[in-house]
Write a protein that binds this ligand. Structure first.
Ligand code: SAM
Ligand code: SF4
Ligand code: SF4
Length: 367
């Protein structure tokens, strides 16, 4: 046993070096955590930087000129990310999502997409590869991403009203450019898109119905997300959360909705179909209806730390193994060990005591 399981405190975030078991065994049978949850998804953060300053994610008061983003040499290289994806695929991961920060800001990200598109499950199937973006440069990048093998894309768009949108991204970015990105992605075949909307009461909740109306019948699926207490800087208060039940009620007043079944076990969004058959919406209710019991997601931070929960306070330094003398089976065994002891269920335990914790920022850990 390589016993280096000693918490190290880096300047910002505690991290521990994973234990590499003596017998490097790729797991036999499905890998389950302490609550019986499978490892099915890996979210990969490719940069902690962003050109937006969404008030709920990277508020300007914290992410200002003096903020220390990660230095370039601490980032995982494309080769290291791809190797990690292969290890996770061997352990049962079937879905990869590139995120950040803003993933399209990572130089040559389409090369990484091409490398990840070539990763296969043990049964020889390609992984479900997708990316979440603010779409600020999607119009320019959509074709290259599609050519590289990207299959789908999720775009974040919090308002159709230009004034509201500019205030939420807080860098005066126009809504028209995001809509142009959505159109470009649709044209090159990345559709149907998912459109993520973080709803903040009193800020953009009046945009819920206009957004539903705009995308109804387009084939794209708008997903309304409850404002979450991620990180330690967005000033989250329960009063700012518009419960998903209220989102559904407001849309139903204009366009009646019918509950639909999940596409697969563990689907994060609850699906609602328009009764007239004109498409569907989703709601992600991590605050009012936590879904930890079905959470099959691991996250890989930009500098190669594994997090087993969006609200984790400690990461596992996979980069130390990737840059050490370990082979893939040893790294797989270390990851299996991390996953099999996972107990996270933060959203189910959320309370006044937990909201005060110093957590990892979403732009670092990957949304
Ligand atoms: N920059 C990309 C984007 O915005 O699409 C990818 C990274 S972003 C962190 C991923 C997703 O997290 C976005 O859809 C964003 O709206 C969501 N998000 C960020 N902060 C959030 C919060 N406090 N509550 C709920 N969702 C949040
Ligand atoms: Fe950037 Fe996305 Fe966070 Fe907005 S939500 S600040 S676009 S990382
Ligand atoms: Fe998964 Fe953690 Fe979110 Fe629960 S709080 S759903 S365990 S990421």
């Amino acid at each position: 046993m390589t016993d280096r399981n000693i918490p190290i405190t880096d300047l910002r975030y505690p991290v521990r070096v994973p234990v590499v078991p003596d017998s490097a065994r790729p797991v036999g049978g499905p890998l389950r955590d302490a609550h019986g949850r499978l490892l099915h998804d890996l979210r990969i953060s490719v940069t902690d930087r962003c050109n937006f300053r969404c008030t709920y994610c990277m508020p300007k008061s914290v992410f200002d000129k003096s903020y220390r983003f990660l230095p370039h040499d601490s980032l995982l290289s494309f080769e290291e990310i791809t190797r990690t994806a292969k290890v996770f695929a061997a352990l049962g991961v079937e879905k990869l999502r590139l995120t950040g920060g803003e993933p399209l800001l990572r130089k040559d990200v389409e090369q990484l997409v091409a490398m990840l598109a070539a990763v296969r499950t043990p049964q020889g199937a390609p992984l479900d590869l997708t990316l979440t973006t603010n779409a600020s440069i999607l119009a320019r990048k959509a074709q290259a991403l599609r050519d590289a093998g990207l299959r789908r894309v999720t775009v974040s768009l919090d308002a159709l009203d230009d004034k509201v949108f500019r205030a939420m991204n807080d860098v005066d970015f126009p809504v028209a450019d995001v809509l142009a990105g959505i159109d470009a992605a649709t044209r090159v075949g990345l559709a149907p898109l998912k459109i993520n909307v973080v709803v903040k009461r009193g800020v953009n909740d009046e945009q819920v119905v206009p957004l539903a109306r705009y995308f109804r019948g387009s084939g794209h699926i708008v997903r309304f997300i409850e404002f979450m207490d991620v990180g330690a800087s967005n000033g989250w208060r329960m009063d700012d959360v518009l419960p998903s039940a209220e989102v559904v009620r407001r849309i139903s007043e204009h366009f009646p909705l019918v509950a639909a079944h999940a596409n697969y076990p563990g689907e994060v969004a609850q699906r609602w179909r328009y009764a007239d058959g004109d498409g569907e919406i989703g709601v992600i209710s991590s605050v009012t209806q936590p879904f930890c019991a079905d959470c099959t997601r691991a996250r890989l931070s930009t500098e190669g730390r594994i997090y087993t929960c969006l609200f984790a306070t400690t990461g596992h330094d996979l980069r130390a193994l990737l840059r050490g003398s370990y082979d893939d089976d040893q790294i797989a065994a270390a990851v299996a060990q991390i996953w099999s002891t996972r107990e996270d269920r933060y959203s189910e335990l959320r309370s006044d005591a937990t909201t005060g914790l110093r957590r990892i920022e979403m732009s670092y850990i990957g949304g």
